[in-house]
Write a protein that binds this ligand. Structure first.
Ligand code: SF4
Length: 267
């Protein structure tokens, strides 16, 4: 395998927030009890060559297996982001508190007409306490500001609000469990109620399912409008997904989705 291919693999795993890679063991090694005990988990084979239709089918299966989340009623009318932050406090309501460094509450204009919702903090976000500051975050900023500029909409990242479904980093950046999403989701719903934006943009399948309650995979939901308590929700891909080298179509689609939501909110 040449150096460029290895670099692409490493970037791919980084985009998936996988920080620890294990060397694949031989069959003979795997049969040894000593080695077996030392191997925590073998990595899945790289899926760089997988077609988008296969990815879509896998996502649909995962979505179908997950329980549909119940959407709670709106928070009290006098709720505010400060109150929500105070209520979160040094939260230990779910197991995601165990390995986190910082709670990542959200960032941006508390009166923003547009809110972006992602899945959960990654390593950079956990260290800084700010959502979407790593590579995926930089891409999101480029998407917001670049698309707005092209479309003649004067908009910067600071003018929108950005947060996640869960406020603490899942260990190894795994997908949050349903119970973690339900526990932390109450704060997301209160944030959305307090901001009351004109539209919400759900980034990726986890955010889409949390905000809409629908079970489909993101490839089926993207580009379509849903509702969260009467607020229109546009679903699109998570920027991490767009960073993978074989996702040119998805990039184009995400830009189309973003144009739709920007024109809906700012025209
Ligand atoms: S993820 Fe949410 S509910 Fe869980 S500990 Fe962090 S702030 Fe609390």
């Amino acid at each position: 395998m040449d150096a460029d291919t290895i670099r692409q693999y490493l970037e791919f795993y980084q985009d998936l927030h996988i920080e620890t890679l294990y060397r694949r063991t031989s069959v003979a090694d795997a049969a040894s009890p000593a080695v077996k005990a030392s191997v925590v988990a073998a990595p899945p084979a790289p899926v760089i060559a997988a077609s988008e239709s296969k990815i879509a089918a896998a996502e649909s299966k995962i979505a179908a297996a997950e329980p549909k989340m119940e959407l709670p009623p709106l928070a009290p009318p006098d709720d505010s982001l400060i109150k929500i932050m105070q209520d979160i406090g040094d939260c230990h309501r779910c197991r995601l508190s165990e390995a986190r460094d910082k709670i990542v509450f959200g960032v941006g204009d508390e009166k923003a007409p547009l809110v972006f919702v992602g899945e959960g903090p990654g390593a950079d976000e956990d260290a800084q306490g700010i959502p979407f500051v790593g590579r995926a975050g930089q891409l999101l900023t480029q998407m917001i500001e670049g698309t707005s500029k092209k479309e003649g909409i004067p908009l910067l990242r600071k003018d929108v609000y950005i947060c996640n479904v869960v406020k603490c980093r899942p260990p190894g950046n795994r997908t949050p469990e349903a119970d973690e999403m339900e526990t932390c989701g109450q704060f997301l719903y209160r944030q959305l109620s307090a901001i009351r934006p004109k539209a919400i943009c759900a980034l990726g399948g986890t955010a889409a399912r949390a905000v809409t309650g629908h079970k489909e995979g993101v490839t089926k939901m993207r580009g379509k409008w849903f509702k969260w308590n009467d607020i229109p929700v546009m679903v699109t891909y998570h920027p991490s997904y767009l960073l993978r080298p074989y996702n040119e179509n998805a990039k184009r689609e995400a830009w189309e989705d973003l144009k739709k939501v920007l024109h809906f909110v700012y025209d």
